[in-house]
Design a protein around this ligand. Structure first.
Ligand code: KIV
Ligand code: NA
Length: 276
């Protein structure tokens, strides 16, 4: 396999080759995903929900994303590692945005950052792009705006919001982002955006017309059951696998079946004698 870069994103779209992306938050998982051939790994602020157990992504800090990114990067050879800019890391000023994006690259080891928002954040996003940091856009259902939306709801179903999302996509391409995540919008709107841009779209709950797809790893492996969105396909049911494995372990320990000989260290009999 070859190293996947921001250039590979553009080339994939030109060659009609779909881009696969998944989230990861730790070394072991990142290593598995990379070895399995995923094109890009996102250290998403979804870690606030599936890793930390918060009800939204809002509490996640920049230092936490950096911490997880460092772990992920150590497991990755070929995939492009993108780190999310969490809430409030780019909302105060352009200067803070550039400094914080830079920390994800410099301290975290990410190769690109992802920023939610369109028109409202376009100057900030441009400032980060100008600092030579590749940016992935993210529009539609932007979870950091959950309190404005009044919940996690499909976006772009009314004329005004559909037009805004389309306009946001165009502004982001103009600002120089290398790709755009489209979250929870109608498939036909995602298709229209995809066909009107030269940069690739990466969909999550945005239909098959996008240039690539992204899912939260805990969702697609069936190991996060607090909330299973309609757009999630569970490729495994790790919830039940883990429950069964842990249940077996607990009863093995209680009944003295674990550890057995093969998991046990011995000692020389003469030495043992001396110890008594
Ligand atoms: O944080 C995340 O996992 C994301 C993806 C859902 C796109 O932003
Ligand atoms: Na995110």
């Amino acid at each position: 396999a070859q190293k996947f870069t921001v250039k590979s994103f553009r080339e994939s779209k030109e060659n009609n080759r779909k881009i696969s992306m998944l989230t990861a938050y730790d070394y072991s998982m990142a290593k598995l995903l990379d070895a399995a051939g995923v094109d890009s790994i996102l250290v998403g602020d979804s870690l606030g929900m599936v890793f930390q157990g918060n009800a939204s992504t809002l509490p996640v800090t920049l230092d936490e994303v950096i911490y997880h990114t460092r772990a992920v990067v150590r497991g990755v050879k070929n995939a492009l590692v993108v780190a999310d800019m969490p809430f409030l890391s780019y909302h105060v000023s352009r200067e803070e945005a550039v400094r914080n994006a830079g920390r994800l690259i410099k301290e975290g080891g990410a190769e690109a950052v992802k920023m939610e928002g369109g028109a409202l954040f376009i100057e900030t996003i441009k400032a980060v792009v100008d600092a030579q940091i590749p940016v992935m856009g993210h529009i539609g259902l932007t979870p950091q705006s959950v309190n404005v939306f009044g919940g996690f709801k499909v976006q772009g179903k009314e004329e005004q919001s559909a037009k805004q999302i389309l306009e946001d996509a165009r502004l982001l391409e103009e600002a120089g982002v290398f790709a755009i995540t489209l979250e929870c919008i109608p498939d036909k709107l995602a298709q229209l955006i995809t066909s009107s841009l030269r940069i690739p779209t990466i969909g999550i709950g945005a239909g098959k017309g996008c240039d690539g797809q992204v899912l939260v790893i805990n969702d697609m492996l069936g190991m996060y059951s607090d909330f299973v969105p309609k757009f999630v396909k569970q490729y495994a049911k790790l919830n039940s696998e883990i429950s069964a494995a842990v249940g077996d372990y607990v009863s093995d320990v209680r009944e003295g079946h674990f550890p057995s000989e093969e998991h046990t260290f011995g000692i020389d009999a003469d030495l043992l004698e001396k110890l008594y």
